[in-house]
Design a protein around this ligand. Structure first.
Ligand SMILES: Cc1ncc(COP(=O)(O)O)c(C=O)c1O
Length: 371
């Protein structure tokens, strides 16, 4: 711990009370938060809260057992049908969390003798799943199709099965994976494609997610979470009916873990209703992010996430402290969450951010751009 402290890499939990919308309270002070993934403000939406409360009243606080025992609430079936329809897939499987989903799905389909090629900036839980799978796991350079093509050409022939894994929207960088090109390469090399769209659902493609921007892309395993734009907790994967059957039969993070609390499923369904009914809300996070990037002359935001790269952890911490002093909460992201030398402020924009707060943030960030 002393070593980590000396490198500014010690982490501490700071109790933070989310009040309403984009406001949070920490250490007795109120802040506008640009650090929550609640892109549509749905964690606080009366309809979503009412759905969760009603489900607790009707069904209790927890699922009571694994889904394969007695924890398979009928609400999961409704939610799975809804997600499959949204994603244009035959079927879906709900999970306890995004981390559990990727940690479970990947080892279900690849193992020893197989190959996993993952974008170097893919989320930590993709790497966790790859480690558990025991397959040869190689990173390809971020969004670099030449590198992916070369690695597939060199390594695919020696592997039994192959899986390419990427985020749809990269959680710490906010950019988008070229799913059409990745999908084409996967097809050419007989590899499956897993896309983690935790940050795309509810924000891009009219709410359907990143894949909607690439109609030609074929994504075998469409994974995402309820924990960001949907404002709740839990996750899903959409795929063919046969693949989903196999997941429900074999995936350890479905079998050996308690089902998602029914209230989380009810909240996710209510959130999906709002996403379908309110296109202006869905469009707002990207519009706010672009207002911010335009104000600073940065390349236009591709998603609701905008990174301000600052280099060393100390600089990122100093920038976060400076913003905090101005009533703006923007957390410093440091290694190992991001590669060494790329510590940053990760800014997340929400439909609930008033334009005035976005403009104030831009002003506060401006002096740090030249760091
Ligand atoms: C891209 C991505 N995938 C997966 C997860 C994990 O999801 P969950 O929080 O539901 O475990 C996150 C963040 O939490 C994420 O950013």
């Amino acid at each position: 711990m002393a070593e980590l402290e000396a490198q500014s890499l010690r982490r501490t939990l700071k109790p933070t009370r989310r009040i309403d919308g984009v406001w949070v309270e920490r250490g007795g002070r109120r802040y506008v938060s640009f650090s929550c993934n609640d892109y549509l403000g749905l964690s606080q939406h009366p309809q979503v809260k009412a759905a969760a409360i009603a489900a607790v009243e009707a069904y209790g606080a927890g699922a009571g057992a694994s889904r394969l025992v007695t924890g398979d609430h009928p609400l999961f079936e409704r939610l799975e049908a809804r997600l499959a329809a949204l994603k244009g897939a035959e079927a879906a499987c709900v999970f306890g969390s995004g981390y559990l989903a990727n940690a479970g799905i990947i080892p279900t389909f690849v193992g020893r003798g197989d190959l996993i090629l993952a974008d170097e900036l893919a989320h930590a839980c993709i790497w966790a799943g790859a480690k558990l799978a025991g397959a040869e796991t190689i990173a390809f350079r971020h969004n670099d199709m030449e590198d992916l093509a070369a690695k597939l050409a060199a390594l695919r022939p020696g592997a039994r099965r192959a899986l390419v894994a990427t985020d749809g929207v990269f959680s710490m960088d906010g950019d988008i994976a070229p799913l059409d090109q990745i999908s084409r390469l996967c097809r050419a090399h007989d590899a499956w494609l897993l896309v983690d769209d935790a940050h795309g659902l509810g924000v891009l493609g009219g709410g359907a997610g990143t894949a909607r921007l690439f109609p030609e892309a074929h994504v075998d395993l469409q994974m995402g979470t309820f924990s960001k734009a949907l404002g709740g907790y839990g996750a899903y994967v959409c795929a063919s009916a046969a693949v989903i059957d196999f997941i429900k039969t074999r995936t350890r993070t479905v079998i050996y873990t308690t089902g998602l609390p029914p209230a989380n499923a009810a909240a996710a369904l209510a959130a999906l209703d709002i996403i379908a009914a309110e296109p202006e809300r869905v469009a707002a996070p990207l519009a706010k992010a672009r207002r911010f990037t335009a104000a600073l002359g940065l390349p236009p935001a591709e998603s609701a996430v905008v990174p301000i790269l600052l280099g060393e952890a100390e600089t990122a911490l100093a920038a976060a402290a400076d913003l905090e002093a101005q009533g703006l909460l923007a957390v410093a992201i440091r290694p190992p969450t991001v590669p060494a030398g790329t510590a940053r402020l990760r800014l997340a924009f929400s439909a609930g951010h008033p334009d005035e707060a976005v403009d104030r943030l831009a002003q506060a960030v401006r002096p740090w751009l030249s760091q």
